[in-house]
Design a binder for this molecule. Structure first.
Ligand code: NAD
Length: 484
């Protein structure tokens, strides 16, 4: 099966922070893949804009190196790479001052779609919006892409929304959450709303509970300074995990279009009960024999920032009353593994007797690694010996089911950037969604800050603190194993 690639209209994409880590690792290699796939029009341009004192040749050399490092397989297509590098421009720009803005204005072509990717630190988001406006680049058709973190609490998120709104309309603002660009996450919606099989069962009558795990095996690394001011709730829970929760829990939108989808997600966040203090476990990883502990990687040695959080959430509406959502995320855990598991209730009565065993159906949506969807189905264990039941997976791993061509999916960033050019905001967060998400996490954070309780230590390479296991055990349930 070969994917259909629909080219987008010609565009000029300016990447503020075009020399930074995110641009080099994700944005530029992603754009190159879209270029190779024929999705990026041959006239379109990508313009790096950053403080580094480079000329366009220097920038091209930097991008060539970045693509060779982060996507060596694509970089081997040297003809395409040279053609792509030919589409690059570079302007030295200071977001905080006047340097370079006139040059940038000359560089972007007003006949094409203009998109400005804010891949810089969050303190510059407002400055960039203001200067784009001042220099006449905030016309009705231009778009801005805003990276995370979008604020650090409700108040700062509101202030940032207000600043952006002074210069751009909401339909021009693309708040990126790359989890929403993942193939599987969109497939979750296809599975839910494209089949009659699941939706009738998608409620508290049939679903026992839902687990969302986003586990990382790495520590804070070089991001210690930012991370220590944020922590797992601000860095991951408020955005990525909540977005996943929304997609799992939302009512069917009337259409797969930006506002119908985002309206339904917003209703989920508004239906969330405040989290009980006893339903949250915070942790911080300790040193291991071969890696430093959290406290050795951040400047503040006595830091009480959490690198792990697990919590139980309740969506208080007709569909989900009585079905808990268990969410956890953390660093330096057993493996890099992210999944959503919808755990259905046991069959109401076993006709096979206790010795046959009972198994709940589990629908697993794996985000990484090996993106795919798997449904655990109970069957008879083959062979003689009576009726014993076992679980077998109906595996919908994309690479296996669809063949190698389709397994070469655009990665989340490239898909989302193409959506920006198409003007499709379905997979981007709206202002009210972001604010409501902070309104839910703020009281939780304020509560533990007021208590001043430090996070619980956990061993590197573990599943987090034992108390996180107890959080779900006490309800007679257990976490799924974190495995690569
Ligand atoms: P980085 O520090 O590697 O790069 C910052 C970039 O901003 C550089 O190109 C620098 O030249 C430019 N810059 C800094 N000050 C400037 C100024 N005054 N005017 C113009 N340009 C200026 O940062 P990064 O890791 O690439 O992150 C960029 C943004 O993306 C941040 O908001 C970060 O939170 C977000 N983000 C990054 C990652 C990641 O994996 N790196 C993941 C998710 C979100």
């Amino acid at each position: 099966m070969v994917s259909r690639v629909i080219p987008v209209d010609p565009f000029d994409l300016v990447i503020f922070g075009g020399t930074g880590d995110l641009a080099r690792r994700k944005i530029l290699p992603g754009l190159f893949r879209r270029f190779r796939a024929g999705q990026m029009d041959a006239e379109s341009r990508v313009i790096g804009a950053a403080r580094s004192d480079l000329d366009v040749d220097g920038y091209r050399a930097m991008v060539r190196e970045a693509i060779a490092e982060f996507d060596p397989a694509s970089a081997r297509d040297s003809e395409a790479l040279e053609a792509f590098l030919g589409r690059l421009g570079y302007v030295v720009v200071d977001a905080m001052g006047e340097t370079g803005w006139d040059d940038l204005e000359r560089e972007v072509n007003s006949d094409r779609i203009r998109a400005f990717y804010f891949s810089v630190g969050p303190r510059l988001f407002g400055e960039l919006a203001e200067r784009l406006h001042k220099h006449g680049m905030a016309d009705h058709d231009s778009r801005i892409v805003v990276e995370k973190p979008f604020g650090r609490d409700l108040e700062s998120a509101k202030a940032l929304n207000a600043t952006l709104a002074q210069h751009f309309h909401e339909h021009q603002i693309y708040r990126i959450d790359h989890y929403l660009g993942k193939e599987t996450v969109q497939n979750l919606m296809a599975v839910r709303f494209g089949n009659t099989l699941f939706e009738p069962l998608w409620n508290s009558q049939y679903v026992d509970h839902i687990q969302i795990t986003v586990a990382e095996s790495v520590g804070v690394g070089g991001r210690g300074e930012y991370y220590d001011r944020a922590g797992a709730v601000r860095d991951m829970m408020q955005n990525h995990l909540m977005q996943l929760l929304c997609l799992i829990a939302m009512e069917p939108p009337a259409k797969f279009e930006p506002d119908p989808v985002r309206d339904e997600k917003l209703k989920v966040i508004r239906a969330l009960d405040p989290v009980e203090p006893g339903d949250v476990v915070r942790g911080q990883y300790e040193a291991s024999s071969d890696a430093p502990g959290y406290n050795e990687q951040v400047e503040n040695q006595g830091s009480t920032t959490e690198s792990f959080v697990a919590l139980k959430a309740h969506v208080s509406n007709w569909r989900w009353a009585g079905t808990p959502f268990y969410l956890r995320t953390g660093k330096r855990l057993k493996a890099r593994a992210s999944e959503i598991a919808v755990v259905f209730k046991d069959a109401p009565h076993s006709i096979f007797g206790a010795e046959a065993g009972r198994h709940a159906n589990i629908l697993t949506i794996r985000l990484q690694p090996n993106e795919g969807i798997e449904l655990g189905v109970t069957i008879k264990e083959p062979g003689p010996g009576g009726m014993r039941l076992i679980d077998v997976p109906l595996d919908m791993t994309f690479a296996e089911a669809l063949g190698p061509d389709d397994a070469d999916f655009p990665d989340a960033y490239e898909r989302l950037i193409m959506d920006v050019i198409r003007g499709n905001q379905t997979l981007f967060m709206r202002d009210d969604e972001v604010e409501e998400a902070w309104a839910w996490t703020d009281p939780m954070i304020a509560e533990w800050e007021a208590r001043g309780e430090p996070p619980l230590p956990y061993a590197s390479g573990s599943s987090g603190p034992d108390e996180a296991l107890a959080l779900i055990h006490r309800d007679g349930r257990h976490w799924r194993e974190i495995k690569p």
